[in-house]
Design a protein around this ligand. Structure first.
Ligand SMILES: Cc1ncc(COP(=O)(O)O)c(C=O)c1O
Length: 339
């Protein structure tokens, strides 16, 4: 079976060549064989695609996504990057780092929540890199962010909000990431059955569009990190995949059934590890010296381990795990990890 269609990859590269790229990530990222983890699980060969090593202030999928989604900020000569989310948001610290790398300034809006004190993890990184960190009540983050943007515009600045602005380009970045991965697999002579990832939106959309565009012989499996309904998630993602394809100039359409995604391993809640996700985090650390994070990747690894235990793979199979980063938050979770 052919791994992917090389002509399609060439055409896709041509289409992607039209986008302005922001040079904020080290790419390609490594693809690590994990024999000790595979052996311990008695399962398939596992390779970890190291997007935790994209380099931008401790790395992660946001750096790859930003290579495309910050292109318009460069084109529009923006001078501020703005973000606001929970206090351990990876995107906030990656926003602050990207701004610094691109010669811009950044403002982060942070809710006072149970992980904002003591200052640690991503929040600490924000204090190091952002021009300003504005604390507010959790329910007021969006309002505060809008106020900041309005104020900056009234002062003649050109702010760019990294959650909303150019959002679909974050998926386009992972379409490009699929070409990178397929070329690495081809070079190694490896044909996987699937690529597993933590994603609520853009990473999985990009993978699904990229794999279809390349006619690749393996599929993507996404684990949401937020509790919810699987069918609703699929229905939300299909139009985004259409938008992603359209943005690139690909004549492809998608349905909810194109998405193999679940919220099953997000419990007990967003940002709260489960007993089995912490076990997965420790297992990967001890067998491979690879550090997962407590919010995203350990839950996706928990899902992969469950699938291996359900005998979805033979020992001859190969599965890719996409490490999407998030490591700084680990330092705000000492109690759970040692408790
Ligand atoms: C470490 C990490 N993994 C995965 C994700 C999921 O990203 P997305 O839903 O954009 O695919 C995020 C972003 O929220 C993240 O910070």
């Amino acid at each position: 079976m052919k791994l992917y269609d090389r002509d399609a990859a060439q055409n896709l590269r041509r289409l992607l060549g039209r986008f302005t790229l922001a040079p904020v990530a080290y790419l390609p990222t490594p693809l690590d064989d994990c024999p000790h983890l595979s052996e311990t699980l008695g399962g398939p060969r596992i390779l970890i695609k190291r997007d935790d090593m994209t380099g931008l202030a401790l790395g992660g999928n946001k750096a790859r996504q930003f290579t495309y989604s910050l292109g318009p900020a460069i084109d529009q000569n923006c001078d501020y990057l703005i973000h606001g989310s929970d206090s351990q948001s990876n995107q906030s610290s990656q926003t602050a780092a990207a701004a610094a790398r691109l010669g811009m300034k950044s403002i982060t809006v942070v809710p006072r929540d149970h992980r904002s004190y003591p200052v640690s993890g991503n929040l600490l990184l924000n204090h190091l890199m952002a021009e300003q960190v504005i604390y507010t009540m959790p329910a007021a983050v969006e309002v505060e962010k809008k106020k900041v943007i309005k104020r900056l515009k009234s002062e003649g600045h050109r702010p760019y909000e990294t959650s909303q602005d150019g959002a679909i380009l974050r998926a386009v970045a992972y379409v490009d990431g699929v070409i990178e991965l397929c070329e690495q697999l081809e070079e190694r002579g490896v044909t996987p059955k699937a690529i597993y990832t933590s994603s609520m939106t853009y990473t999985i959309v990009g993978l699904v569009v990229g794999l279809r565009a390349l006619n690749a012989c393996f599929s993507a499996v996404g684990f949401n990190y937020s509790v919810g309904n699987d069918q609703e998630m699929k229905e939300r993602l299909a139009p985004l995949a259409d938008e992603c394809a359209r943005t690139i100039g690909l004549d492809l359409t998608f349905t909810p059934d194109d998405f193999d995604v679940t919220c099953q391993f997000a419990k007990p809640d967003f940002g709260e590890p489960s007993g089995t996700s912490l076990k997965a985090l420790r297992l990967v650390a001890r067998t491979e010296g690879i550090i997962l994070d407590p919010v995203y990747t350990s839950k996706a690894m928990d899902g992969l381990i469950h699938h291996i235990q359900e005998n979805r793979f033979t020992k001859q199979d190969v599965v890719i795990f996409l490490h999407t980063g998030g490591i700084p938050a680990l330092f705000a979770y000492g109690d759970e990890i040692f408790g």
